[in-house]
Write a new protein. Structure first.
Length: 265
C-alpha cells in the first residue's frame, strides 16, 4: 500500500490571492486562523473577525500589517454589518467573505437543552445567513465570492452531533440557494465540508465520543479516513475557491475527508 507523508513537501498549484480583500469570521483560532494566514501569504488583505476580541487582536498582530482584527458576534446583525463596513473601509472593498465561525455540541440529541440548540443554530446557521445577507452589496460591487464552512456532518447522521449535522446541512442548502440567487450579481457561493481535522474543536469531541461509543477515537479516525486532516489542507481548498481559478465554480461543496464518505464499510 502506498502511503503519503502529510509532513512531506507538497507539490501543486499555488492559488494567487494578490490584492484580494477578505473577511474571515471565527478567525482567532483553528480553521479560521489557518485560512487567514494562508490568504495573507498568497497576497490578500485579511480582516480577522471573532467574538474573542483579545485573541483575535493577538492573532492579527502576529500576521503583519495586511491583517486587521474586528470584534464580531456573528449572531448579531449589527456586528456583522459593522465587520463588513470595517473591512471595506480598511481595504477599499470586499472580494471574499469566509463564513467560518461555528460551534459544536457533542451530546445525544435528546440530551441537548433548548438553550444549547438555540446557541448552535444561531451561530452555525443564522451567523452564516447574516454574513451572506450583509455582504451582498459589497460583493456585488466587486463580483466577489462567499465561502461557507460546512462539514461532512452536513451530509449524513453522526452520533452525538445530530444538531450540528442539522446546522451544517442547512449551510449547504443556503449555499446552493444563494449561488442561484446571486449568480446574476456575479457573486459565487460555495461550501467546504471537512471531515475530522486536527483542531481544538475535534479535540473537544474525543472524550464524549469515547464515553458514548466505548471506542478509541483514534481507531475510528484511522479506519474511516486514515488520519486527521490538517487545517492547512482545508485552507488550500478555501484558497482555490477564493481565487480567480474557480471563476466558473458556484453552488458547489467540496468534501475533504480522505474517502470517509466514499466507503460503505
Amino acid at each position: 500500500m502506498t502511503t503519503v507523508d502529510p509532513a512531506a513537501p507538497q507539490r501543486g498549484l499555488s492559488f494567487d490571492l494578490e490584492g484580494k480583500r477578505v473577511l474571515v469570521t471565527g478567525a482567532a483560532r483553528g480553521l479560521g486562523l489557518a485560512i487567514a494566514t494562508l490568504f495573507l501569504k498568497r497576497g490578500a488583505h485579511v480582516a480577522l473577525a471573532d467574538i474573542d476580541e483579545a485573541l483575535v487582536q493577538s492573532a492579527a498582530g502576529e500576521l503583519g500589517d495586511k491583517a486587521i482584527a474586528i470584534r464580531c458576534d456573528v449572531t448579531q446583525s449589527a456586528d456583522v454589518q459593522a465587520a463588513i463596513d470595517a473591512t471595506v473601509e480598511a481595504f477599499g472593498g470586499l472580494d471574499v467573505l469566509v463564513n467560518n465561525a461555528g460551534i459544536e455540541i457533542g451530546k445525544p440529541m435528546h440530551e441537548i437543552s433548548e438553550e444549547e440548540f438555540d446557541a448552535l443554530m444561531d451561530i452555525n446557521v443564522k451567523g452564516v445567513w447574516l454574513g451572506m445577507k450583509h455582504a451582498v452589496p459589497a460583493l456585488a460591487a466587486t463580483r466577489g465570492c462567499i465561502i461557507n464552512m460546512s462539514s461532512v456532518a452536513g451530509l449524513g447522521g453522526v452520533p452525538l452531533l445530530g444538531i450540528y449535522c442539522a446546522s451544517k446541512a442547512a449551510v449547504l442548502r443556503m449555499t446552493q440557494t444563494a449561488a442561484v440567487e446571486l449568480r446574476e450579481a456575479g457573486i459565487r457561493v460555495n461550501a467546504v465540508c471537512p471531515a475530522f481535522i486536527d483542531t481544538e474543536m475535534v479535540e473537544r469531541l474525543v472524550e464524549p465520543f469515547e464515553a458514548a461509543t466505548q471506542s478509541e477515537f483514534g481507531d475510528v479516525v484511522a479506519m474511516k479516513q486514515a488520519r486527521l486532516g490538517t487545517a492547512a489542507e482545508v485552507a488550500e481548498t478555501a484558497a482555490f475557491l477564493a481565487s480567480d481559478a474557480s471563476d466558473f465554480v458556484t453552488g458547489s461543496h467540496y468534501i475533504l475527508d480522505n474517502a470517509l464518505t466514499a466507503s460503505v464499510l
